[in-house]
Design a protein around this ligand. Structure first.
Ligand SMILES: *[C@@H]1O[C@H](CO)[C@@H](O)[C@H](O)[C@H]1NC(C)=O
Ligand SMILES: *[C@@H]1O[C@H](CO)[C@@H](O)[C@H](O)[C@H]1NC(C)=O
Ligand SMILES: *[C@@H]1O[C@H](CO)[C@@H](O)[C@H](O)[C@H]1NC(C)=O
Length: 313
């Protein structure tokens, strides 16, 4: 009997070490694991996939790369992304996620909350607060490198989240310092639009717009402070310096929408037709009334528009 066991061990051990026995054991978990992060890959992905957003590309590249490199960051990474519809706010979360997790946005470690969908009933706010606190705590305690995306954050819930964003060693034995929180919001879109339009009218190069240009960051702060719907929660975040980066997304011009159409043709495995793409882009609505410089819906609905130009096979 003893020698039998010995024989089995003798037989299995070399095989086990060779073939990564423990990998097979871990297989189900491993499928939804972290990628080994590479900032060059993130940079290429951002530059290739996101159009007309030089501030966002630079800021996200630096912020995420430094954060992923740090073995012991002092707090969670917190990004607040602002801009109008269709300019790439959701898309950049996808790019970040697919450079961190093998399954990208589909990873069980990425949690997206859409205010109107996940927290629809005002009278149930207390229940949502409790639930959200447990979810964040539970998920980060299982997997420290978790990511939470809030699309139009509900003002009431910010107090629930605030402790997780702060400089703390731990909350009930769990450290949140490896987690990533991203807020997406329309707040400030008019300020961003005005600054961008102003540059355009003066004939300046769009790429020269910086977050400090014409006090854009200060203006966004002030707007966040004073906006009746958002002021309360944002002001407490601003006062306590819990948000690491405010990232403005600029309105898109015709050439960027054209790039979106070309990319969309690629995704649909069509031959990329430069002139057709131009027609489709030109057909989107633009503002302001006189100059028609910026796309009202950004690149949103570009695909639907394009379908109208295609001949049925
Ligand atoms: C993690 O978050 C999800 C919601 O995204 C929730 O359904 C789940 O219960 C949470 N897990 C834990 C362990 O709290
Ligand atoms: C943007 O500019 C327009 C016209 O100059 C002005 O009416 C509007 O108040 C500005 N918006 C913001 C948020 O500054
Ligand atoms: C495009 O082609 C690739 C590779 O041939 C395929 O994996 C993908 O599903 C196709 N996409 C569409 C939208 O047809």
């Amino acid at each position: 009997m003893k020698s039998g066991t010995f024989f089995v061990l003798f037989f299995i051990l070399p095989v086990a070490t060779e073939a990564g026995f423990w990998d097979i054991f871990d297989m189900f978990n491993k499928d939804d694991d972290l990628l080994s992060f590479n900032s060059k890959d993130l940079e290429n992905d951002l530059r290739k996939s996101l159009f007309g957003q030089h501030i966002a590309v630079d800021t996200v590249l630096k912020a995420v790369s430094w954060f992923m490199r740090e073995t012991d960051p002092p707090k969670a990474l917190v990004l607040s992304i602002h801009g109008q519809t269709g300019v790439g706010k959701n898309y950049i979360t996808k790019i970040i996620a697919r450079n961190i997790y093998k399954l990208g946005l589909k990873s069980n470690h990425v949690h997206t909350f859409i205010s109107g969908y996940h927290f629809p009933h005002e009278e149930m706010a207390e229940m949502y607060e409790l639930q959200l606190r447990q979810w964040i705590h539970g998920n980060v305690s299982n997997f420290p490198r978790s990511m939470f995306i809030f699309d139009e954050m509900h003002p009431r819930l910010i107090d629930t989240i605030k402790p997780f964003l702060d400089y703390t060693d731990n909350i009930d034995g769990v450290s949140f310092n490896k987690a990533i929180f991203i807020f997406l919001s329309h707040t400030g879109e008019h300020i961003i639009g005005n600054v961008t339009l102003d540059f355009w009218r003066r004939g300046c190069n769009r790429e020269e717009i910086q977050i400090q240009s014409e006090g854009m960051e200060t203006q966004i702060f002030e707007y966040l402070f004073n906006d009746k719907n958002n002021g309360f929660w944002h002001s407490s975040l601003i006062n306590q310096h819990l948000i690491d980066h405010y990232i403005p997304f600029l309105p898109l011009e015709l050439k960027h929408v054209h790039q979106c159409v070309m990319a969309e043709m690629g995704h649909l495995n069509m031959t990329q037709d430069y002139d057709l793409a131009y027609k489709v882009a030109k057909d989107m609505p633009f503002f302001p009334e006189e100059e028609k410089v910026f796309a009202v819906k950004g690149c949103k609905t570009v695909r639907q528009k394009m379908v109208l130009y295609l001949k049925l096979q």
